[in-house]
Design a protein around this ligand. Structure first.
Ligand code: ZN
Length: 442
């Protein structure tokens, strides 16, 4: 059964959404229909790309649609860290501000560095003020639903197109809540394979290999649920009945999942690929996000790396000579890398690029780089009156390998282009480097 919407609020917010920008015809009514009629799961962590694709709508406009709808309180944003191996949702946040760089998958017992352009997915959940869905209170869900529907993502697919999470559900024998301070017994019958037991918070992890002749009676495996563990507790048991006695030593309700993997099944090596999802980097380079969620963008600069958003001047002039000089394949690889770097470009401007030097000595030269009227960097060498501190070396490192580089004084440091949501002119500071490259002889 579909729960009721708050009619008045929905009406008001949709009216405001209509005014937010020009939309394709009937776009808002399609969103309204979804809010009113979709089942609960379809309103939980909506993948903007899938939403667009299913309705044959342009991706960029749908991203904008959900961002404006979120700013108006129709939806909330949900930032999830996916484990690329097991497709679990390692962590999930309501805000970019809460994200951090390191995360650890308790199922795979593998640690990851979070990168905004990889497994950080941004999705949209209907606001409880607009329509209440069961996923607003995941603790009220059955342990099975909470585990498979909120702590795993269906966006990682096996080669046959089935979500890995379905394969996980097929081998799961039990997903149970563990009341605080109590011992819970879980009994399973197993003939062969490997029993794996995990919990989303990493407070217990076991692996039991089934070997030998069948056991004559029940075999008990005590499991302590408490401190975070980073390795699995390994056992060997005979085929037959196994009773896990799970002692929850914490003051919070826990959860434990038990699966039996058939012989030869290697969950960690599943050839998973992800359907396209809105990743953190794409969102941060979306103008509507930068406009509507400015404080999040600023916060992101302090926390998680946004380091590959770069203002890049490229000049492919001379690529033919490059092909001649280092051979077609090598040159092709280089040029290809150049385009790979450019694939996530949010905006391209064509400007004449000029680089001029006054004085041929690197240690005293004045250098001027201009990209038409768009950008200008002019430097002079440091002189005796300048104060140099460690900041130059720590913060203003060159972006690529150079033969020699040194901090210089920026006489001009201007960007007057569009597309970044900002322009600047910040002359007279020590924030530049000058250096030269050693071109490797092939
Ligand atoms: Zn994992």
């Amino acid at each position: 059964m579909v729960s009721a919407v708050n009619e008045q609020l929905l009406d008001e917010r949709l009216a405001a959404l209509e005014e937010a920008r020009a939309w394709s015809p009937r776009l808002i009514s399609k969103l309204e229909r979804h809010i009113r009629t979709a089942d609960d799961l379809a309103l939980f962590r909506i993948n903007a790309f899938s939403f667009a694709q299913e309705r044959h709508l342009p991706e960029n406009e749908i991203i904008d649609l959900f961002l404006h709808a979120t700013a108006l309180g129709l939806f909330s944003m949900d930032w999830s860290l996916f484990c690329p191996q097991c497709c679990c949702v390692v962590e999930s946040f309501r805000s970019l501000k809460s994200l951090h760089n390191h995360y650890h998958c308790a199922f795979c017992q593998v640690g990851y560095e979070a990168a905004l352009d990889e497994y950080i997915a941004v999705a949209f959940t209907v606001s409880p003020n607009i329509r209440k869905i069961q996923f607003h209170d995941p603790d009220q869900l059955s342990a099975w639903d909470k585990f498979f529907k909120t702590q795993n993502t269906a966006e990682g697919l096996l080669p046959d197109g089935q979500p890995l999470v379905n394969a996980k559900a097929a081998v799961a024998r039990s997903v149970t809540y563990l009341p605080a301070g109590e011992t819970t017994s879980i009994e399973i019958e197993v003939d062969e394979g490997t029993v794996v037991g995990t919990c989303p918070l990493g407070r217990a992890a076991i692996m039991v290999s089934i070997v030998g002749a069948p056991a004559s009676g029940p075999q008990v495996v005590p499991v302590a649920y408490g401190e975070t563990v980073h390795v699995r507790d390994v056992h060997e048991m005979a085929p037959g009945k196994i009773v896990f006695t799970l002692a929850n030593k914490t003051s919070e309700r826990g959860m434990f999942a038990i699966a039996v993997l058939p012989p030869g099944f290697d969950m960690g090596r599943a050839p998973v690929h992800f359907i396209p999802f809105l990743n953190g980097k794409r969102l941060l380079t979306t103008q509507a996000f930068r406009d509507l969620f400015r404080s999040e963008v600023i916060k992101a600069r302090e926390g998680i790396g946004v380091k590959d958003i770069t203002l890049l001047f490229t000049d492919l002039k001379g690529s033919t000579a490059l092909y001649d000089r280092i051979g077609d394949l090598n040159a092709f690889a280089l040029v290809q890398r150049h385009f790979d770097l450019l694939q996530d470009v949010v905006r391209v401007d064509y400007q004449p690029i000029a680089l001029n030097f006054e004085n041929n000595d690197l240690h005293s030269m004045k250098a001027t780089l201009t990209a038409g009227t768009l950008a200008k960097i002019q430097t002079r060498a440091m002189n005796e009156g300048d104060h140099i501190c460690r900041n130059e070396e720590v913060w203003y490192q060159p972006l690529t390998k150079v033969a020699h580089a040194m901090p210089v004084y920026a006489l001009a440091h201007d960007f007057k282009g569009q597309g970044l949501g900002t322009t600047w002119s910040s002359p007279d500071k020590r924030s530049s480097f000058i250096g030269n490259f050693a071109v490797p002889s092939e």
